[in-house]
Design a protein around this ligand. Structure first.
Ligand SMILES: [Zn+2]
Length: 298
């Protein structure tokens, strides 16, 4: 009986560990692996979901928990319009003026987009043309201010006449800093043969997967008590993913902003749907039309 239990425990433990065999994180371009003072050039692509108000980015809210000895990120319940026990715990700590634990359990915001890698100082799977990218609020703010600057003539993710984005890595104290990243000033076109091969993703499907509240509670309990549980919905992050340390600034209690580490989203290895491919066909047609309408993008 107990040996059966031991076997089960081992099987569950193995299952959790092997979740890093899940290749979903490979869809992400690991720009954070580049050396300091290097830059990667990427091109944002439009979301397959044309109703996305941000056009080419989606917000991803996660919590970081320590489950079975592994750092695990789980979707914040509120991201899917549900209540979230982890947010509730964070709030409780903040109410008790325990900033450290309040911040630890506070949800972390990142943005997910899809890109073509134009220039890369690091190795990446060139076979996979469209990759995902996940970055924190700092890079988002740079993008936001580019929109406000009036320097962009068209949406930066336009296939024709859009703008590449240069991710520059510098160092601020002991932490990586991407604060000098920017859109390239020159408008460019995505190569036509690449456009024909693009398989765009629905970005909201690439966010961390929804977890029922009961399961979130069990995972939170495991974090708090150290009890081991089988984890299906959560994903351990690959060991290669560095933890971008939380910046120890004196953020106001009301809005503790913690730069999320780049983390892979939950597995969604769905092929583009048929409705998706018609949206893509429309995009391609638009790109072609824009191209033939005149080279004003040059
Ligand atoms: Zn939450």
């Amino acid at each position: 009986m107990s040996s059966k239990l031991e076997a089960l425990k081992a099987a569950f433990a193995a299952k959790t560990t092997s979740s890093s065999n899940d290749d979903s994180w490979k869809k992400f371009y690991p720009f954070w692996k580049m050396q300091e003072n290097n830059q990667a050039v990427v091109r944002f692509l439009p979301d397959l979901d044309e109703d996305n108000p941000l056009g080419f980015l989606v917000e991803n809210h996660v919590h970081e928990l320590n489950i079975n000895g592994q750092r695990t990120t789980v979707a914040c319940g509120k991201m899917y319009g549900e209540s979230c026990p982890i947010c509730e715990l964070s709030k409780k700590y903040y109410d008790e003026k325990n900033e450290e634990l309040g911040k630890k359990y506070y949800r972390k915001l990142s943005y997910i987009g899809q890109i073509i890698v134009i220039e890369s100082p690091i190795e990446h799977d060139a076979e996979q043309i469209v990759k995902l990218i996940d970055f924190g609020p700092k890079i988002f703010k740079l993008i936001q201010s580019a929109f406000q600057s009036g320097d962009l003539e068209v949406e930066p993710y336009s296939l024709i006449g859009g703008y590449n984005f240069r991710i520059k890595k510098t160092k601020s104290g002991q932490y990586a800093d991407y604060g000098t990243s920017s859109f390239a000033p020159k408008q460019t076109n995505v190569d036509e043969d690449l456009i024909d091969r693009l398989e765009l993703m629905d970005l909201k499907e690439q966010r961390r997967k929804q977890v029922p509240r009961a399961e979130l509670e069990a995972m939170l309990n495991a974090d708090l008590t150290g009890a081991s549980i089988p984890v299906a919905s959560a994903q351990s992050t690959p060991a290669s993913t560095p933890v971008e340390p939380t910046v120890a600034t004196s953020t106001p209690v009301a809005t503790p902003t913690t730069e999320a580490a780049p983390t892979p989203t939950a597995a969604t290895s769905e092929a583009p749907t048929s409705s998706g491919s018609s949206a893509l066909a429309a995009l391609r047609a638009r790109a072609k039309a824009a191209k033939t309408a005149g080279g004003d993008a040059e």
